[in-house]
Design a protein around this ligand. Structure first.
Ligand code: SAM
Length: 670
């Protein structure tokens, strides 16, 4: 339950890859029984850099001489050798295939991935094509080519609206009229064939959830059985939680909670699409539904304006085995066309560490994360963050104690400029993993019933909901922060959400672009970014989209402030250059991380902009350096040409070296 200083615990040696093969491990594997080696899954061979490819059939015959192997590659544990010499000889080939992970299993987690060697932050760990792509089970009608949603006719106005046409093969599923959707119908082929076989469908009622779409994922899975039995086998091997799902649905139905009707999906597949004749039964349909729900990754598909407005779910063979952690060490992204998933390390990972992603928004509080994981993935997360009532000292769910002595202490800390992540006067659950647990003030020890905490969260939640229409209005957002930071912890999830928005709002509106932003607002932008980055360093450490977006705003605030100070002679050219050099460093990370985002997305465009800014920064720094040199030359010129001492000191730079601030040190992650 101890607090963790994120940056410290995540630092590990960034050893560069050696030219020597990893040490051998003996055969048969002596790994402990709970870490059963299941590393025989296939991953597509990749084209970007040197990628690991999983050996489909780990052989215990030496690949050099086919003699019986006596040891295995210690890097991936997948290839066996007769001797160290033959291992060295084979390394030229094997180094391109040696994965940095293996599959293990435990009763609590099921299968999961574990690092077989130290991995540097930002490395590609695996990359693979989807087994299956499908729109979500519950969706309004979408084009089955590009997954754009069709608006109802009354809402279709401009050219940009997607107008439904129909599949050229005549199956009746609506598709966009665009050439690309009509000509590229690879994904749609599955349901098209099975729909034509039963005489077509007629999908209308655009703009509202349509039951027919419940069948798409399952029809595509069944099609896979015919076209790629090996891939179908891999799909069926994934966890389905179908029993838990059945139980949960029944319980929720009894409570009157409306549920997407699983019986309807079964009926559609077995009767409407007549799959009974192919031995498809209720159990198989439920299993397939469970597999998609448990293992599906939502793939971001940017629309015409860069916003993510289409929903597509991808199921992958090995990436589906990544476990969840509320403080993950990996991030995912996608190739634009093939929908290949790319898993990268967000921080340096040590050999033996579990590889994890977050199945939920990491900025949610513990209760919301746990509820979501329970309801959709059927497990209780027991990660370090979830077990810690303070959420690693960030207080994402904590509320403020209203006892006078606590309020006084909090206000004193605020006046002293400390306390963003302070535990003073924070009320937290006594047992973070028990939703019924009492809450307690960490300063005065006052105990509160759970209802007290939940009613505050519910009330502010309702107000946050109503506040939606004021989003984008910086003054209103500041009012919201002021009002609720009297009740909630400074990093409470309701406030974090607003801070993330505000940090990106200041200086980015048509009325007040960055160069015209008043200094006070510039400073506010900078402080907001610092507060956010400190929290991210702990709960979502390392390279990730969220940090990159805020870093982008942070460096913009630093650069603009520095320029302003330099222009009024408040800082020296040297200090200005130092600031800009720091900005260059930050923006380089932004470019690296945002280049992983899908083309056309807002993030990708930002990355393109950031690249241009990087080039501009280079030029500015170059110019400033030239200026500095010419000043230095004239200042240090010992004498004038007539032999008199040079007193031309008016151009001399002030001696000050005011750079940004100490927070910079905290930003160093790796
Ligand atoms: C996408 S699957 C991951 C692969 C799965 N473990 C398997 O054996 O197929 C998601 C499921 O893995 C399990 N799981 C993932 N992360 C977990 C965690 N942190 N704690 C407990 N169970 C977890 C849960 O059963 C969850 O529904």
């Amino acid at each position: 339950m101890g607090k963790s200083k994120g940056k410290k615990t995540q630092q590990s040696s960034n050893k560069t890859q050696t030219t020597q093969p990893p040490p051998e491990s003996s055969v048969p594997s002596t790994a402990v029984s709970v870490e059963k080696d299941l590393s025989n899954l296939a991953v597509s061979k990749t084209n970007e850099q040197v990628r690991p490819v999983v050996d489909n059939n780990p052989s215990l015959l030496c690949p050099v001489c086919t003699a019986l192997a006596v040891s295995k590659c210690g890097g991936c544990n997948k290839v066996g050798y007769c001797s160290r010499d033959h291992q060295k000889q084979h390394w030229k080939i094997h180094k391109n295939e040696c994965t940095s992970w293996k599959i293990s299993q435990s009763p609590e987690l099921g299968r999961y991935l574990i690092a077989t060697r130290d991995i540097k932050a930002g490395s590609i760990i695996l990359q693979e094509k989807p087994l299956l792509l499908t729109p979500p089970r519950i969706t309004a009608p979408v084009c089955l080519g590009c997954y754009n949603e069709f608006l109802p006719p009354e809402d279709q106005s401009g050219d940009q609206e997607i107008k439904p046409g129909s599949c050229p093969d005549g199956c009746g599923w609506p598709m966009c009229n665009t050439e690309s959707c009509k000509s590229d119908r690879v994904d749609h082929g599955a349901e098209c064939k099975l729909t034509l076989a039963r005489g077509g469908v007629n999908v209308r009622n655009f703009g509202q959830d349509h039951p027919m779409y419940q069948s798409i994922g399952i029809l595509r899975a069944l099609h896979l059985k015919e076209t790629s039995p090996e891939l179908y086998k891999q799909l069926l091997s994934l966890q389905s939680h179908s029993t838990e799902q059945d139980k949960a649905l029944k319980a929720q139905q009894q409570e009157g909670v409306p549920q997407p009707d699983l019986a309807m999906t079964v009926n559609l597949i077995c009767k409407f699409f007549n799959q009974e004749k192919n031995n498809v039964n209720e159990d198989l349909v439920k299993q397939l539904v469970g597999i998609v729900e448990t293992n599906g990754h939502e793939i971001p598909l940017p629309g015409n304006y860069g916003q993510i407005n289409r929903r597509l779910v991808g199921i992958y063979n090995v990436s589906s085995l990544l476990e969840h952690n509320c403080r993950p060490n990996c991030v995912k992204s996608w190739g634009s066309k093939s929908k290949e998933i790319v898993i990268r390390s967000s921080i340096a990972i040590k050999k033996g560490d579990h590889l994890s992603i977050s199945y939920v928004d990491p900025l949610w509080g513990t209760n919301d994360r746990q509820n979501f994981l329970q309801m959709t993935k059927f497990f209780t997360c027991k990660c370090e963050r979830c077990q810690d009532p303070t959420e690693l000292g960030c207080h994402i769910s904590s509320i403020r104690c209203q006892q006078i002595q606590c309020s006084t202490k909090i206000e004193a800390e605020e006046r002293a400029g400390v306390g963003q992540s302070s535990s003073t006067g924070m009320i937290v659950p006594e047992d973070a993993l028990n939703p019924e647990s009492k809450w307690k003030c960490l300063s005065c020890g006052e105990v509160y019933p759970v209802k007290y905490a939940s009613s505050i969260a519910e009330k502010i939640g309702r107000e946050a909901e109503e506040f939606q229409e004021k989003r984008g209005d910086a003054d209103a957002e500041e009012d919201f922060l002021r009002k609720y930071s009297k009740v909630l912890a400074k990093n409470h999830f309701y406030l974090l959400e607003i801070k993330v928005e505000l940090a990106q709002l200041y200086g980015r509106t048509a009325g007040e672009p960055l160069p015209m932003l008043p200094p006070q607002k510039l400073l506010r932008k900078k402080v907001l970014c610092e507060e956010l980055l400190k929290v991210f360093n702990i709960i979502v450490p390392g390279f990730n989209r969220l940090r990159a977006l805020i870093l982008y705003e942070y460096q913009a605030a630093i650069a603009t402030l520095s320029k302003l100070k330099h222009s009024i002679g408040d800082i020296s050219t040297k200090a200005h250059i130092d600031d800009l050099a720091r900005c260059k460093q930050l923006i380089t990370e932004v470019v690296q991380v945002l280049s992983w985002e899908p083309e056309l997305s807002v993030e990708y465009r930002r990355c393109e902009g950031a690249k241009r800014e990087l080039a501009d920064l280079d030029e500015t720094v170059e110019l400033l350096r030239e200026m500095q040199t010419s000043i230095a030359v004239s200042v240090h010129k010992p004498e004038t040409s007539d032999g008199q001492p040079n007193n031309f000191i008016t151009n001399q730079e002030p001696e000050t070296t005011v750079t940004t601030n100490e927070f910079e040190e905290d930003l160093e992650l790796f």
